[in-house]
Design a protein around this ligand. Structure first.
Ligand code: ADP
Length: 292
């Protein structure tokens, strides 16, 4: 059987309705995976493809989409099935025709994200690990946010950076930050359901102008970590932030914590994309150290 016959058969089994797709259409735009639009002329699916070793990544993504969909506040593509076919892993989900934000899109996104952040669990972390970009993201559950962030976010990425050859100053300054950064997190957040990788490329709007979020790195943590990431590569606009803060105001000190939270993503970029991010990571650490 061809790759697409195997995937179509899996869709047929999962939905209980025979699915005979037309020629698949490749869609550009993804950072990590190949995206494909698969339709039989009526039903339409978005299929992600990658190497066979990354099936685990797709299973975690599928679980993350379900977790966010269960909160029932912001539109998320429903995952259908994932598996292996002819040496590649695949994830099939609902295809959402994207449109534009319209006048109230940013405001809806801010309000709905605040509502999703009300979904909570008792512990920080998640019931399973997942990936951020294509980097492993550990989510071992902890009752203390500071410990969680130290060990499983900054500490983990710093160790990875050392293995990738970024030793010296980055590690020395990083160690100093790990020892002292509890001073920077001086509030007690709730473990909120987070998207986990909420940059502008992972938010869009459907044809009715409803916000859609996808490609998550779900875990339960300080909701400010999601907000911080929205600001990392350009920001989501005033309507978004005003609506979020109106629904759920932020605690004092957010502007400092924001840098601490975004350091995780910059370290991840260093580990994924290389030394171009070294200067940014080091100067972020230096600025944070200047505040403790
Ligand atoms: P990657 O994991 O490779 O980063 P993304 O999940 O970010 O891929 O998807 C890449 C692009 O495909 C997105 O920017 C978006 O435009 C489009 N896309 C993602 N999910 C869907 C979907 N369910 N339906 C339609 N288009 C989608």
């Amino acid at each position: 059987m061809t790759q697409w016959q195997i995937i179509a058969e899996h869709v047929t089994q999962t939905t209980g309705m025979p699915f005979y797709p037309l020629e698949p259409r490749h869609i550009g735009g993804g950072c990590i995976n190949t995206g494909v639009r698969l339709t039989d002329g009526e039903r339409v699916y978005f299929v992600k493809l990658n190497g066979a070793a990354l099936l685990d990544m797709f299973e975690a993504e599928s679980d993350g989409l379900k977790e966010m969909a269960d909160a029932s506040v912001i539109r998320v593509p429903s995952p259908l099935c994932c598996g292996l076919s002819n040496g590649q892993s695949y994830l099939v989900m609902e295809f959402i025709e994207m449109g534009h934000a319209g006048r109230s899109g940013g405001e809806s996104a801010g309000r709905q994200l605040a509502a999703m952040h009300r979904a909570a669990q008792p512990l920080f972390g998640w019931r399973r690990d997942n990936t951020i970009g294509s980097t492993h993201q550990p989510n071992q559950q902890r009752d203390n946010w500071i410990d969680f962030w130290r060990e499983q976010r900054l500490g983990f990425q710093l160790q990875l950076a050392a293995r990738n050859g970024y030793r010296g100053g980055l590690q020395r300054q990083g160690e100093r930050l790990l020892e002292r950064f509890h001073v920077l997190i001086d509030h007690q957040p709730q473990p909120s359901l987070l998207h986990g990788d909420l940059w502008g490329g992972n938010l869009a709007y459907d044809r009715e102008g409803n916000p859609v979020i996808f490609d998550p790195a779900v875990y339960y943590g300080d909701r400010e970590a999601d907000l911080a990431m929205t600001e990392l590569f350009g920001g989501f606009g005033n309507h978004f932030y005003d609506a979020y803060r109106e629904s759920r105001p932020l605690s004092p000190g957010y502007s400092t914590r924001k840098n601490l939270y975004n350091l995780y993503h910059i370290l991840n970029h260093l580990n994924l994309f290389g030394g171009g991010y070294l200067g940014q990571a080091t100067s972020m650490i230096d600025r944070l150290l200047a505040e403790v």
